[in-house]
Ligand binder design. Structure first.
Ligand code: NIG
Ligand code: FE
Length: 427
């Protein structure tokens, strides 16, 4: 039995707003994205690890079980924990040098051609031991929690050999086991072709298909498979081969598509009916229709556009209008988006992609949860769901994307247990 199961029920009450996101048991599309199920002066009753009741404070107060622990949420907004459905959390070092070069005018692609970029992080990550990587990743995961994220998808992709990719996946598994956040592992061995295979790309792909994938599947080290399908990474044909193999091993599919160029990856995503097509900065209108038709979810990553200083944010409005279920994520990685902050991502989505605050919140919670096949457990505050929730120092949920660059998180609960709290300032 966990501590929470033994503890008294927890009654969070008098919140300025509880954003429940109650609704249908599927990803939200079109206008549904704005239906937040808002409760003013709201309350949440938590029993064990689960939500036992949600509603107006007086209504819940009237039907409380005998002995409850109370938490006064006056002046706070309660949200389901953010679900970050696209991160590259496990890597060593940083790329501040390249960041500075970009301020001086060098492009991301140019830096990669000169041996920087992903390959630079691969060298550093290979040089780190499994324990060292775990310590680095643990510290970063704490940043995510402190910004209100309670579930994180984490990709490998900075190992690029059988052993090194397995090392990263083992770090991801250990992170998950440590908790408190649930971590969903994704194999991204097809991030770029490593230096030692530069002259023989097909041998690298063969290694993934014949050696790495079978082992990952056997050990249950990844739930999803991803490919960076773009110029400088993998072609559509190479991605197709890899995705067929991954699917045959029972892995579900995600795909980095149309980030730097219109490569045809969105079409491929539709053809394979992948769970998510991620990025889509360069997606064409016809391809949006194909994604909608195929039921593919779009994971939008405005942090990468912001940090690279490019203005081609993905066409969120067109995707929403076409009925594609959209998700927002950080893309946390050392090259294009070194932010763990979902509130910052919401701010970018509103200010740069014209998503409304309500749409952005739905994309970062319930839709993100569905994109990881966890929509039945988390992503909204409804009876029977896991009590993963965040209290913000705000009186209106729209303040969360509005006060960009601030962290308004007061407290974070995972499975009904307080895992982070910032003390209120003395008055
Ligand atoms: O999602 N696009 C590919 N991968 C990352 C960048 C990784 C890196 O530069 O280290 C991304 O943007
Ligand atoms: Fe990415």
């Amino acid at each position: 039995m966990t501590d929470r199961e033994k503890a008294r029920p927890l009654f969070l009450h008098s919140a300025a707003q509880v954003v429940t996101l109650a609704g249908p048991n599927r990803p939200r599309v079109g206008r549904e994205l704005e239906e937040l199920g808002l409760i003013e002066n709201g309350a949440v009753l938590i029993e064990g690890e689960l939500i036992a009741a949600v509603g107006p404070t007086e209504a819940l107060e009237a039907a409380l079980p005998g002995d409850v622990e109370r938490w006064d949420a006056r002046g706070l907004v309660v949200l389901p924990g953010f679900v970050d459905a696209h991160t590259h959390l496990v890597f060593a070092g940083d790329r501040v040098q390249e960041f500075e070069w970009r301020t001086r005018g060098l492009s991301y692609e140019e830096i990669a051609r000169r041996g920087g970029g992903i390959r630079m992080t691969v060298r550093r990550t290979r040089a780190a031991s499994e324990d060292e990587l775990l310590a680095i990743a643990r510290r970063r995961l704490q940043w995510f929690l402190e910004h209100g994220t309670t579930m994180v998808e984490v990709k490998s992709g900075y190992g690029l050999s059988r052993e090194e990719e397995l090392k990263i996946l083992r770090v991801i598994r250990r992170l998950h086991r440590e908790g408190p956040a649930e971590i969903i592992p994704t194999l991204l061995a097809a991030h770029v072709v490593p230096e030692e295979y530069a002259a023989n790309r097909s041998a690298y792909i063969r290694m993934i298909v014949e050696e790495l994938l079978p082992e990952v599947a056997r050990e249950g080290l990844a739930e999803y498979h991803d490919v960076f399908c773009d110029v400088g990474a993998f072609t559509v044909e190479e991605a197709r081969l890899l995705m067929e193999a991954a699917r045959a091993h029972g892995l579900k599919l995600r795909l980095h598509a149309e980030q730097l160029t219109r490569s045809g990856a969105a079409r491929l995503a539709a053809e394979f009916r992948v769970r998510t097509a991620d990025h889509l900065e360069k997606i064409a209108d016809e391809d949006i229709a194909a994604l909608a038709e195929a039921g593919v979810m779009a994971v939008l990553l405005p942090g990468a556009c912001f940090h690279l200083g490019r203005c081609d944010y993905p066409p969120a409005r067109k995707l929403i209008e076409a009925g594609v279920p959209v998700v927002l994520a950080t893309d946390f990685n050392p090259g294009t988006s070194p932010t763990p902050s979902m509130p910052m991502i919401l701010a970018l989505a509103c200010a740069q992609m014209r998503m409304t605050p309500a749409e952005a919140i739905a994309a970062a919670t319930i839709n993100a949860a569905y994109s990881l096949d966890r929509g039945h457990q988390v992503g909204s505050l409804e009876v029977g769901k896991r009590a993963d929730l965040v209290l913000f120092e705000a009186s209106d949920y729209r303040q969360i994307p509005y006060f960009f660059g601030t962290n308004m998180v007061r407290a974070v609960f995972v499975r009904g247990r307080l895992v982070y709290e910032r003390k209120a300032e003395a008055t």
